[in-house]
Structures are given as structure tokens and as C-alpha cells.
Design a protein around this ligand. Structure first.
Ligand SMILES: Cc1ncc(COP(=O)(O)O)c(C=O)c1O
Length: 592
């Protein structure tokens, strides 16, 4: 090293040393000293505050403060329910503790619960069975008893007067299903080695559906027990994917009009659900609002095709674009439209793409047991690829009963329903479904066009498929609902906003049914419009009131009372103390 280089090196070292000293001095002066000062003051303050306290008091106060902080943290940052929702719930919880309020609520709830139970019993003939018959019944006797049970259902759906519910009801199809059911009554796809027939049928049902929705060889899926299960499995898959990315409470973003199965899934799987408003006029989801709701925790965006309340198809392509842009999966709920939309083009009602043709769509639910006309208890969930599907599978490799693997929620499944579903799809074929789609969609559009011309009511949006939603700006629309019930119609009443709908099925397409519905609506509206501001009575009043109760937990309780009432086996006379214990001996079955 030369002398010059040596000098430069020394000067540099001294400069660094000086800089370090200056920085240390600055840190002491501007950071450490003030911190020490504040800490000293804090300590002195705490000591002063605790001066008069005994040690036990310090411990108790500290514990209470910690508990309060934990409570507040959980209340404020509990992720799967919004703050306003929880604040409202807590508020009503406290209000309901006021003795006067509690007494009044209990009295009203008691009345409501009794009314629900009574209405459930109204349509029941005969006393309830409480125990097994001593000896089994022979076929003739059994058929006679079954016949009596069957008579409890009045068959208004056969006349096409029921919204949705029974999508075909054709006698020949019933026979075909019954025959198929008989052939595969014992089959269980949990054992593909024992029942390769049903395994093949399930795989083919899924494959046929994937083709209907323009999937490719990667597209896959599973047969489930219904729309709700298909939807919940998709949510489970997306939740599992998000959890793998370290998100504890993943978020689902749905239009406010989406089916309640999504709320059910969110509740079951401990996910947060955000409901996005829809455009007032078109009833389609507000894309800008959906975009604003997206966060790091969003695990799926949802579009309905179409939605249940007013039969409107959400802008699937725009939702899918958002999904692609932010790398979020997109589920299309095609449960209701699953066997209409894929055939609309061929039936002469062209639609924008809504299926796997749309990049960004990652899963689709489609119900075979609605417009697929298969027996109740079947639907299909489809995914763009196997990687997604595998997230819904359940595997327990360590079970003492052997390695357990199952694709859906159920363990054992009804092979006969899968077989009957397969048989129905094969029986209809593409031409059959194009024909049913043509009949259903043209009937719905006919009804919609006629109702649009009726003064006093309006049709929600531009329904393209099978549901026609009706509202009114002039009168309480539940009065129309009541009037149509009087005339024998069984429609769906909807809330937020008050409305009703008719879901057109094959029975509704029978000659004369659509015209008679339109005629009944026209006549009823004409009567109502004579005094549009009149009070709404009957069932309509209940629906109206249910929407206006701010404490939703009360509505929740009444709904639970309804579910309880579904399991009532008390004969009305039991309440009067006059009945037996319900035990029925042989030959005595439910004859009362
Ligand atoms: C759009 C939509 N999604 C999901 C479902 C749920 O189907 P399921 O009743 O078979 O569970 C329905 C039922 O009407 C629906 O209309």
C-alpha cells in the first residue's frame, strides 16, 4: 500500500467513526431520551394511580381491563359478520331483556308458533304414528294406507297452478323413473367395485353436463343431492384453497339476489359473505360495487344464471372479467337454469355466453332435478379442472375402518337416484330439452309481455328464462298475492323488495294455463286498483310485516318454529288431553 492510499484509507475510517458517533448521539438525544422520559412519566403516573390500591385490586383491575380489550377486539374485528349487523343484534338482545318488552315478545311469539303448528296440521288426515306397527303390513294393506297419505296432497300442480316445485310430473316419465329406481334400488356409489354400473352412470351424467356447458376434457364434476349441496361444495373448495394461502376467514362476494344456499355455505364453513346490490331497473348485479368489495381475502365471486327471485341473468362475462383481473375464481349458479340455458340458442332464444366458454368461470352448479326433470335429490357441480374439484373431496387416510374417501357431503348415496337421473337425461336427449326449453321460455315470455301491459303492476327487469317477477308501485303487492291464492294459485312471495313470482314449469305450459293466470292477475289488479291504498290482510299482511321487523332474530325464531312444526306428531286432540299416546297396533294404522 502506498503512503497516499494509506492516508485516504485512514481519513475514510475516521469519517465513518465520526458519522457513527454523531448518529449515536442523535439517537440518544432525539429518540432514547424522550422515550425514557415518557416511560418515566408513565411509570410515575401508574404508581401514583396505584398508590391507594391493594395488590388484589391491581390484579382484578388488570384482568378486567384485559378481558374488556379482548371482547372489544373480537367484537370489532370478528371477520365473518359485519360490524353493523352485530351491533344491531347486540342492541336488540339488550332491548329484549327489558321485562315488559320480553313479556310482549314472548306472548306474540307464542301466538305465532301456535299458528304455524296449526297450519301444518290443517292439511293432515288421521292421527300420527308414534311406534312401529307390531307386525309388518302386507302389500295390499300398505297400498291402502299409502293411498290415504297421498290424498293429503291436493294436486293443483298438475293443473299448472303452482310456481316451480314440480317441473314435469309427466306420468310416462314417472313410470320410467320408478322402473329405473327398481332396477338400482340397492346401488350405492360409495362402493364402485360392487356397483360399476352406477359409477359409470354418474361419470356419464357429469360428462354430459360438462359438454352441455361447453367444458373441455379437463372439465369435471360430481353428482350431488341438489342445488344447495352443489353450491356448498363449490364454496368448500374455494374456502380450502384460500385457507392454503393462509386466509383464515375467506370472503365470498355475491349479488344480493343470489340463492340463500350461499349464506348457508358461508355459515357452515365459517366464511364471510358480502352481498352486492343489484341495479334497481335491470336487477343485475352492480359490477362497480362488486369490484369495490374485492379484498385480499376474497375467495370467490358469484353470478346467477338466472337468479331465483326475478329470473334475471347476471352479467356473467363482466363478473368473470373481474375474477380474471384479480385472480379470483368465479362460480356461476345455474341451478335453476341448468337445463334451460344450454338449450336456449337452439330453442331460438340466443343468449350471451354464461358457461365455460367464458374465461374466468371456474365452476358451475346445474340442477338435474329442476328443468332436467330427474327425480328430486340430484344436481351436478362442475369445475374447470380436477385441481379445483379435488378441494371439495374428503379423505381420511387413518380411519380404523380403512382409508376413507368421499367426493361429496354424503357417505353412502342413492345409486337409484343417479340411475333415474341418467335415464331421464337419456330419455329426453338434446331434442327433448330443446323442446321443453322452447315451451317453457316462450310461455314465460308470453306471460311477461301480457303483464307488462297491466296498469298498476310491473315486471322486474327483462326476464329471459322461466321466472316472471311482479311488483307494484301503486299498492301492496301482497294483496295481489292473496287474491291469486284465493283463485287457487300457489306462487312465491318475495321480499326486499315486496314482490311475487311465477316460475314456469312444464305443467304451466299446458294449453290455457298462461292465459288463465294473466286473466286472474288482470281481474285481481282491477279490483285492487279501486282502492289501492287499502290495508293488506291475510297471508300478505304477514309477509309485509315480516320485512318490516327490524329485529331479524324474531323472524329467525318464527322460521325455526316453522321447521319445528314440520316434525309435529302431536294430534290436535293431544293438546286437549283427550288422545292416547299415539301407539297404534296392527290394522289401526293412522285411520283416525
Ligand atoms: C338459482 C338457484 N340456486 C340454487 C337453488 C337451490 O336448489 P335446491 O333447492 O335444489 O337446493 C335454487 C332453488 O330454487 C335456485 O333457484
Amino acid at each position: 500500500m502506498t503512503t497516499a492510499t494509506h492516508n485516504i484509507h485512514n481519513t475514510h475510517k475516521q469519517a465513518v467513526k465520526k458519522w457513527k458517533e454523531t448518529m449515536a448521539q442523535a439517537a440518544k438525544e432525539y429518540i432514547l431520551d424522550p422515550v425514557h422520559h415518557v416511560m418515566g412519566q408513565g411509570k410515575a403516573l401508574i404508581n401514583r394511580l396505584c398508590d391507594d390500591l391493594e395488590p388484589w385490586q391491581i390484579v382484578v383491575y388488570t384482568g378486567s381491563a384485559t378481558a374488556t380489550v379482548i371482547f372489544l377486539k373480537q367484537f370489532l374485528f370478528h371477520d365473518d359478520e359485519t360490524l353493523s349487523f352485530r351491533a344491531k343484534r347486540e342492541f336488540f338482545k339488550w332491548v329484549k331483556r327489558i321485562p315488559m318488552v320480553r313479556k310482549k315478545i314472548e306472548a306474540e311469539m307464542g301466538k305465532a308458533t301456535k299458528a304455524v303448528a296449526e297450519s301444518m296440521n290443517q292439511s293432515v288426515e288421521g292421527s300420527y304414528l308414534h311406534t312401529l306397527p307390531l307386525q309388518g303390513l302386507q302389500e295390499a294393506e300398505l297400498m291402502e294406507v299409502l293411498g290415504r297419505y297421498k290424498k293429503m296432497t291436493n294436486n293443483t300442480w298438475k293443473k299448472g297452478m303452482v310456481s316451480g316445485t314440480v317441473y314435469s310430473g309427466d306420468d310416462k316419465l314417472t313410470e320410467l323413473m320408478a322402473k329405473t329406481y327398481g332396477m338400482f334400488a340397492w346401488a350405492n356409489p360409495l362402493h364402485p367395485d360392487v356397483f360399476p354400473d352406477v359409477r359409470k352412470m354418474e361419470a356419464e351424467v357429469v360428462r354430459m353436463c360438462c359438454s352441455m356447458f361447453n367444458g373441455d376434457e379437463e372439465t369435471c364434476g360430481a353428482v350431488t343431492s341438489g342445488g344447495t349441496e352443489s353450491i356448498m361444495l363449490a364454496l368448500l373448495a374455494y374456502r380450502n384453497m384460500a385457507r392454503d394461502r393462509g386466509i383464515k376467514i375467506p370472503e365470498i362476494i355475491v349479488p344480493v339476489t343470489v340463492h340463500a344456499a350461499f349464506d348457508k355455505g358461508a355459515s357452515y364453513f365459517h366464511m364471510k359473505i358480502t352481498h352486492i346490490p343489484v341495479d334497481e331497473k335491470t336487477r343485475m348485479v352492480d359490477i362497480a360495487a362488486m369490484k369495490r368489495a374485492i379484498s385480499r381475502k376474497t375467495c370467490v365471486l358469484v353470478a346467477s344464471a338466472p337468479q331465483f327471485p326475478h329470473g334475471i341473468i347476471d352479467p356473467v362475462q363482466e363478473v368473470a372479467k373481474l375474477g380474471e383481473k384479480y385472480g379470483i375464481p368465479v362460480h356461476v349458479d345455474c341451478c335453476l337454469g341448468g337445463f334451460l340455458l344450454p338449450f336456449m340458442d337452439k330453442a331460438g332464444f340466443p343468449l350471451k355466453p354464461f358457461d365455460f366458454r367464458v374465461p374466468g368461470v371456474t365452476s358451475i352448479s346445474a340442477d338435474t332435478h329442476k328443468y332436467g326433470f330427474a327425480p328430486k335429490g340430484s344436481s351436478v357441480i362442475m369445475y374447470r379442472n380436477k385441481e379445483l374439484r379435488s378441494r371439495q373431496f374428503f379423505v381420511q387416510p387413518d380411519w380404523t375402518g380403512g382409508i376413507y374417501a368421499s367426493p361429496t357431503f354424503a357417505g353412502s348415496r342413492a345409486g337409484a337416484i343417479i340411475a333415474a337421473c341418467w335415464a331421464t337425461m337419456m330419455h329426453f336427449g338434446e331434442e327433448g330439452y330443446v323442446d321443453s326449453t322452447r315451451r317453457i321460455v316462450s310461455t314465460a315470455r308470453y306471460i311477461s309481455s301480457k303483464l307488462k301491459a297491466v296498469e298498476g303492476i310491473f315486471v322486474f327487469g327483462e326476464p329471459e328464462v322461466s321466472v316472471v317477477g311482479i311488483g307494484s308501485d301503486d299498492f301492496n303487492v301482497f294483496r295481489l298475492f292473496d287474491a291469486l291464492v284465493e283463485k287457487g294459485w300457489n306462487l312465491n312471495s318475495l321480499q326486499f323488495p315486496s314482490s311475487l313470482h311465477l316460475c314456469v314449469t312444464l305443467p304451466v305450459t299446458q294449453p290455457g294455463v298462461a292465459d288463465s293466470f294473466v286473466k286472474d292477475v288482470v281481474e285481481s289488479v282491477a279490483v285492487i286498483m279501486k282502492d289501492p291504498k287499502a290495508e293488506c290482510g291475510g297471508a300478505g299482511a304477514i309477509y309485509g310485516m315480516a320485512q318490516s321487523i327490524p329485529d331479524r332474530s324474531l323472524v329467525n325464531e318464527i322460521a325455526r318454529a316453522f321447521l319445528d312444526a314440520c316434525y309435529i306428531t302431536e294430534n290436535p286432540s293431544v293438546a286437549n288431553g283427550a288422545a292416547t299416546n299415539g301407539t297404534v297396533g296392527n290394522g289401526d294404522v293412522a285411520k283416525a
